[in-house]
Design a protein around this ligand. Structure first.
Ligand SMILES: Cc1cc2nc3c(=O)[nH]c(=O)nc-3n(C[C@H](O)[C@H](O)[C@H](O)COP(=O)(O)O)c2cc1C
Length: 195
């Protein structure tokens, strides 16, 4: 098991190809625990994680994305087709939902506050997803964060019987590819010191 957080951050890659092997229940629990233990705005924990191991259901979601690729702007069709391919191989997905607890609670205060609360929810959920991705790396699991799945929110919700707001689908499996790190921007170009 890798120990140093900086090493984990550096070695983590998006993994889009997996072995045909079930993930141990203990590992799935550790991923969910990492999400649960994440910080969140006002500790509202505005998230829900739907774990799907049913191969047929995952394939149905993959087909939804493929179908959608025919009616979207060029570029996005490729992303949807690629995501569909990834879903076809993954043994497990985690559909991440925004429960909107914060923005609904404070909606009576008006637009400005609702907007802030929505941002808080998105930031909190992104942080929880990041906890999952880093934990997956520690557990030597591969993970792909599929933001593009949101395009099919309605159809996915109908399929899995949800009503809330889909934020992402995470594909998880034992990696069968080990990609190079995509190029990053120079630190000097993305940061400024004000002294
Ligand atoms: C918000 C978000 C949405 C993403 N959506 C997708 C996606 O729909 N499909 C995909 O293949 N990768 C997706 N990714 C993964 C990125 O493409 C990937 O992180 C980036 O290319 C850098 O590669 P690395 O993760 O290996 O460092 C997403 C990542 C984030 C943070």
């Amino acid at each position: 098991m890798k120990k140093c957080l900086l090493e984990i951050i550096n070695s983590r890659r998006t993994i889009r190809k997996y072995k045909n092997k079930k993930i141990d229940r203990e590992k799935i629990k550790l991923l969910l625990k990492a999400a649960r233990d994440c910080q969140s705005a006002h500790n509202t924990q505005p998230w829900e994680f739907i774990v799907i191991e049913n191969k047929r259901l995952i394939e149905q979601i993959a087909k939804l994305l493929h179908g959608k690729s025919k009616n979207v702007h060029i570029g996005f069709n490729i992303l949807l087709k690629e995501a569909s391919k990834i879903l076809m191989q993954t043994p497990l997905i985690i559909a991440v939902y925004n429960t909107k607890e914060l923005s609904e609670k404070f909606s009576f205060l008006g637009k400005k506050y609702k907007k802030l609360c929505k941002l808080y929810e998105i930031q909190s959920i992104a942080a929880a997803i990041q906890n999952i991705t880093l934990t997956a790396e520690i557990l030597e699991l591969g993970l792909a964060w599929l933001g593009i799945s949101v395009f099919c929110e309605k159809d996915i919700n109908r399929l899995i019987g949800r009503k809330s707001s889909l934020m992402a689908i995470l594909c998880v499996g034992y990696p069968s590819e080990f990609p190079e790190k995509p190029k990053r921007k120079d630190i000097n170009k993305i940061s400024r010191f004000i002294r």
